[in-house]
Design a protein around this ligand. Structure first.
Ligand code: ADP
Ligand code: MG
Length: 236
């Protein structure tokens, strides 16, 4: 597909065009994504709902340019990931992408604030500025200063998820990808996390995609898409 198809509104957001992804499956190939197209503009909160095995995590892995699709195009902040070198793709991810993985991957030995500050170290950001940014971000997702000094095991599941979200935002991404953020939480805490993601999307103007199997938790979402057997359709 010619890249001229990239609509202006997605220049700083996310676009997938006719993306097909297969995995090896014995002698055959399993089609995890089947001609999937998706556009998410800055400040838009899109939910993708579907049962386990429908291809939701695969969708995020392709959108994150961590998996290369068999066919189709992935545009992140206006750049066609398929045309970039590995190195340029890594830079694109670093500069434009925030990811909240399904498995929390907070480091057990670090406090909440330090989970963010290690990223600043990697980027060579000045420590004083990084610290104040980390404190502000963590406070904005609902973690007060005392909790910012706690390690993951001293926080609740909901608080850990807030740290994950703050960490994903620390690099000021234009695209935020979130995999099943509520699966380990009760209904009330899950609803609070979805509300937080809606707020974050508005405040930080991220193009946000949240995948979930939980249809009960879609408050504040701008748009719901359905995923079934690797195909994406517009929801009710
Ligand atoms: P979901 O996140 O909706 O549960 P996934 O994207 O994880 O769905 O999986 C979609 C399909 O692809 C499933 O049939 C799954 O078993 C298969 N799959 C996922 N990852 C791999 C892999 N690395 N190798 C082979 N098959 C996979
Ligand atoms: Mg999954």
């Amino acid at each position: 597909m010619p890249s001229t198809l990239a609509a202006p509104r997605t220049r700083t957001g996310l676009a997938l065009r006719d993306v097909t992804l297969t995995y090896p499956d014995g002698e055959q190939r399993l089609t995890a994504l089947d001609e999937v197209s998706l556009e998410v503009a800055p400040g838009e909160f899109t939910a993708v709902v579907g049962p386990s095995g429908s291809g939701k995590s695969s969708l995020l892995a392709v959108a994150a340019t961590l998996l290369r699709p068999d066919r189709g195009q992935v545009l992140l902040a206006g750049q066609d990931a398929g045309t970039l070198s590995d190195r340029a793709r890594t830079t694109l991810r670093r500069d434009h992408l925030g990811i909240v993985f399904q498995q929390s991957n907070l480091l057990a030995s670090l406090t909440a604030a330090e989970q963010l500050l290690v990223l600043a170290d990697l980027r060579g950001e000045r420590p004083a500025r990084a610290r104040s940014r980390a404190e502000e971000l963590l406070a904005s997702v609902g973690l007060d200063p005392a909790k910012q000094r706690r390690r993951p095991h001293q926080l609740s599941g909901g608080e850990r998820q807030r740290v994950n979200i703050a960490r994903a935002l620390f690099g000021e991404p234009s695209v935020l990808l979130v995999d099943e953020p509520t699966s380990a939480l009760d209904h009330e805490r899950g609803a609070q996390i979805v509300d937080l993601l809606a707020e974050v999307t508005r405040v930080h103007r991220t193009a946000t995609v949240m995948v979930t199997h939980d249809r009960a938790l879609l408050g504040g979402v701008d748009r719901v898409l359905e995923m079934a057997d690797g195909r994406l359709t517009v929801g009710q």
